[in-house]
Design a protein around this ligand. Structure first.
Ligand code: M6R
Length: 614
């Protein structure tokens, strides 16, 4: 959560930084701020509540000159979203300004200590404590900023990505990270700093991903110097980024979410490229081949993830159990990390994350690693923390996902899980050749089938208009469609703020059916799969209580088109691949309802794209 941007070079820092902050707004958007050192050596700090555009308006008549600066877009943790709590924060003498992403867990102790020495705090943030602490160490020991930052961070418990400006040193930015991402971009006589590569891609493709407990001194006239908290220097590992600008812009769509929904056929194709052969009769996931013995000897798989990625994990469980006959458990990473889970060295833990930065998932990985488990990561953001923390894994290759509501990452995750289950099942001889071939072949057809579903967009817009009034929704599914129901409900609630619950359809009669009345829309995934007849009975039960059924059905299903109030017809596919097709109309339904309600679809209230705090 929170986005950091920095610039040092020959150009005007403000324009580059504001553009960068806008690219990072998906990480948080309740307040924003910037610190710049102008050519006379004055340190100017501007902050506002609200989005980056508010900051831009606020600075129209201010001095925004200077070619060095740092900035922040915030998702509040300590202290309400307001101008005082917005970053940057000053040291006591106001000679240092700092922006921070993460949480300083021992801030209260540090603050008490500083207060006893006479320090006064303006904000309620842990961040102000950190910069006052750095300033205190620097001034009381008469040492440079880099050393003071090292000493301060040795005392800090928690997670941080920070950037610091020093008024008296307009040629250097000091930045550091632990458990929160930070990337340095290397241009011609200029450097960029950001929470991810999206603000940098426009200027350079050379980046250095900082590692945990590394501090970088970025000097305008020299180069970058990376040291750890104990001043041991390391050589920067320069990587080339493959992102392009088109991938991080809206490309004519009104929202990133809609763009990302429509990108899915191409994304699934990219995800399979090089992994499924031309004849569509073989899947090769290189990570599985490299660690075949370790994976096949697993007594059990444990999937850890959060939110939408957890829903993908529920589908992964069914796929792996069905095709590989290895037991799978699916855990919320946030619960797993604080239990005392039974994890053995012959377990394989699969960590799923779009951002690769989710704090709970990272902590679950560390816990499982400490117990000797082998860790397989399924991530989207290349070079993020989770792929670096795992033993091996597969990227989903769906490109940057910017809308806060996850869409293409979900279908990408399910695609990788399908390929994982197929590869393992084949190697394990637990899947019949015929079944294997039919799934691989059909997987290859999924992008075309998704395109057909996207053609239903106008029908779904009409439907959405009818349901904008609703205060509650129920989503039902069984088997592979149950996680799809959960995902449909999550999409709706997070962007439209309509309360929505997902249930396994047969659970209705154990309680939730009491909620059904003529006002209650019930979305049922009722395609012609192995559980079709069972779901049909569940729909009859809802209709008998006057519920309004929106059924997601297989093309040409005359029975359900006569029973349900509204139908969305999908192309037929194999049961285990249905989530890839059936999720798409639910994403569109949530999107259009939210748009009809006038909501900020890409940046819903209280949320952030990357949850780097627990
Ligand atoms: O980046 P991750 O996949 O680890 O993120 C997990 C969840 O925070 C994320 O899926 C969240 O639930 C989304 N807002 C869902 O749309």
């Amino acid at each position: 959560m929170c986005g950091i941007v920095g610039y040092i070079g020959q150009r005007n820092a403000f324009d580059i930084i504001i553009k960068g902050l806008k690219r990072l707004e998906y990480r948080g958007y309740d307040s924003a701020g910037i610190a710049l050192i102008n050519n006379e050596g004055k340190l100017n700090v501007y902050k506002t509540k609200g989005k980056v555009s508010e900051l831009e308006n606020h600075t129209i008549d201010k001095d925004i000159s200077g070619n060095i600066g740092i900035a922040h877009t915030r998702w509040a943790t300590h202290g309400e979203p307001c101008t005082v709590n917005a970053h940057p924060h000053f040291s006591f003498s106001e000679s240092l300004a700092l922006v921070h992403n993460g949480i300083i867990e021992n801030y209260a102790t540090l603050k008490e200590n500083l207060q006893s020495k006479g320090y006064i705090f303006k904000s309620s943030t842990d961040t102000e404590v950190l910069i006052q602490f750095i300033g205190h160490i620097m001034e009381s020991n008469d040492i440079d900023l880099l050393t003071a930052t090292q000493l301060a961070l040795q005392e800090v418990v928690g997670a941080y990505a920070i950037a610091v400006l020093e008024k008296n040193n307009p040629n250097t930015i000091i930045a550091a990270r632990k458990s929160s991402p930070l990337v340095v971009g290397i241009g011609e006589n200029e450097f960029f700093l950001a929470s991810d590569a999206t603000p940098i891609v426009e200027y350079t493709d050379k980046v250095v991903y900082l590692k945990d407990e590394e501090i970088v001194a970025i000097n305008r006239e020299k180069d970058i110097k990376i040291v750890n908290l104990y001043n041991v220097e390391t050589t920067p590992e320069i990587k080339q980024i493959t992102l392009n600008l088109g991938q991080i812009e809206k490309g004519g769509y009104p929202h990133f979410m809609l763009k990302e929904i429509f990108e899915q056929p191409g994304c699934i194709y990219d995800c399979m490229r090089g992994r499924i052969n031309m004849e569509a009769d073989n899947v090769v996931l290189s990570a599985v081949i490299d660690y075949k013995e370790r994976l096949l000897n697993a007594k059990r798989f444990v999937i850890v993830a959060c939110g939408t990625s957890w829903h993908a994990g529920l589908i992964g469980k069914q796929l792996i159990e069905m095709l590989c006959r290895i037991p799978v458990e699916v855990e919320y990473a946030s619960e797993f990390r604080y239990r005392d889970p039974v994890i053995n060295s012959d377990d394989v833990v699969i960590a799923i994350s779009q951002s690769g930065e989710t704090a709970d998932t990272l902590a679950a990985i560390e816990l499982a690693k400490s117990k000797g488990a082998f860790i397989y990561g399924i991530c989207n953001a290349v070079g993020s923390s989770i792929p670096r923390a795992t033993h091996t894994g597969s990227y989903i290759h769906v490109g940057p996902e910017i809308g806060v509501a996850s869409t293409k990452a979900f279908t990408g995750q399910v695609t990788v899980l399908t390929m994982l289950a197929l590869t393992l099942g084949k190697a394990n001889n637990t899947i019949k050749e015929e079944t294997y071939l039919s799934i691989v072949k059909e997987l290859n057809n999924i992008p075309e089938k998704m395109k057909k579903v996207l053609e239903l967009n106008n029908q779904i817009i009409e439907l959405s208009r009818m349901f904008t009034y609703a205060h509650n929704f129920i989503y039902l599914g069984r088997g592979f469609s149950y996680p799809v129901a959960l995902e449909g409900a999550l999409k709706l609630k997070e962007i439209s703020y309509i309360h929505a619950e997902g249930y396994p359809a047969a659970e209705m009669k154990h309680g939730p059916i009491a909620l059904i009345d003529a006002e209650m829309p019930v979305v049922v995934i009722a395609t012609k799969n192995a559980l079709y007849d069972k779901v049909l009975s569940n729909i009859q039960e809802i209709k008998a209580r006057n519920g309004r059924v929106i059924a997601i059905i297989t093309e040409g299903d005359k029975i359900l088109s006569n029973i349900a109030d509204f139908c969305i017809e999908l192309p037929d596919t194999i049961d285990c691949l249905e989530p890839l097709v059936a999720t798409v109309p639910l994403q569109l339904l949530a999107y259009h309802i939210a748009v009809c309600k006038g909501m900020n679809v890409d940046q819903p209230r209280n949320l952030a794209k990357s949850v780097t705090v627990e």
